[in-house]
Design a protein around this ligand. Structure first.
Ligand code: ZN
Length: 276
């Protein structure tokens, strides 16, 4: 069995978090009135403000304010999430329940994930993909009853091979109009757009090419976006196994961020530092 321990103690993490949430020097102040002369409450890890007579802890008022697990466990969990460990694997590492880990992973997804500005150059490739559960085969092993599958989620993607960036968006309803709007919003007019021959992309604009029109380079001009789809789907199913329609936009935002920051160092504290 693999044992993961946090190399920092509870105290050291507290000091780091204090530097992050109370810049520049990490000097604590009252979160209600800003008074520096606060007292610590004996036998509790909380503080007391003599002016407004309120108690608060180090993380009150931040997005980590409601955590119920030790800071060392939180750091292990954040490390596991950043490094794409599955929920089952994180359960082994932290001895927390499935539900708890899902909740913390969602907390990270909502607070750590940042939007990276999409800055395409030269040319982009656009495509749409359908994310959702795998279709179960109805045969003698899986039973002959018909499986009712949740409808798949349509995701539009724009990728730029020259800068290695990807932009994705969940598309609701009929894909034609929203995908065109998404492309117009993200890609300037002077950049060539390559797409497949789908009718979604007809009459897009003058700098638009179907890959079927560029015979010799047809494969070349769709390879990057195809690679992006297999990259994102692999990450999604390896870490979360399934994907619900309700939270589709959050997952897609996380995957976009993971793709655009895939070359960065994966250290939990540096991720937290970047947020403030
Ligand atoms: Zn106060």
């Amino acid at each position: 069995m693999i044992r993961v321990t946090c190399s920092l103690t509870e105290r050291q993490i507290e000091t780091e978090l204090r530097k992050i949430f109370f810049p520049p020097k990490g000097r604590l102040k009252c979160i209600h009135c800003g008074l520096f002369k606060i007292r610590s409450v004996p036998k509790e890890s909380r503080y007391h403000c003599p002016r407004c007579r309120k108690k608060f802890s180090l993380l009150s008022g931040t997005w980590l304010g409601n955590i119920k697990i030790p800071l060392t466990t939180l750091m292990i969990l954040l490390w596991a999430w950043i490094n794409e460990y599955s929920i089952e694997h994180s359960m082994d590492l932290t001895k927390l329940s499935h539900v708890t880990i899902r909740r913390y992973f969602r907390l990270f997804r909502l607070n750590v994930v940042e939007s990276v500005e999409f800055k395409p150059q030269d040319a982009v490739q656009v495509d749409e993909a359908y994310f959702g559960s795998f279709k179960k085969q109805s045969n003698m092993y899986h039973g002959f009853r018909k499986y009712r599958l949740a409808p798949k989620v349509c995701v539009a993607g724009i990728s730029c091979p020259s800068v290695g960036q990807l932009a994705m968006r969940v598309i609701e309803g009929k894909p034609g109009v929203p995908i065109k709007e998404f492309i117009r919003e993200k890609v300037p007019e002077n950049i060539t757009v390559y797409s497949d021959g789908s009718h979604i992309y007809t009459n897009l604009r003058s700098t638009h090419r179907h890959i079927s029109q560029t015979h010799d380079q047809g494969f070349h001009n769709s390879a990057y976006i195809e690679g992006c789809w297999s990259w994102t789907k692999r990450k999604l199913f390896r870490q979360y196994h399934h994907f619900s329609h309700k939270y589709a936009a959050e997952y897609v935002r996380e995957l976009e961020w993971r793709f655009n920051t895939r070359k960065e160092k994966k250290n939990p504290l540096s991720y937290l530092r970047k947020l403030n």
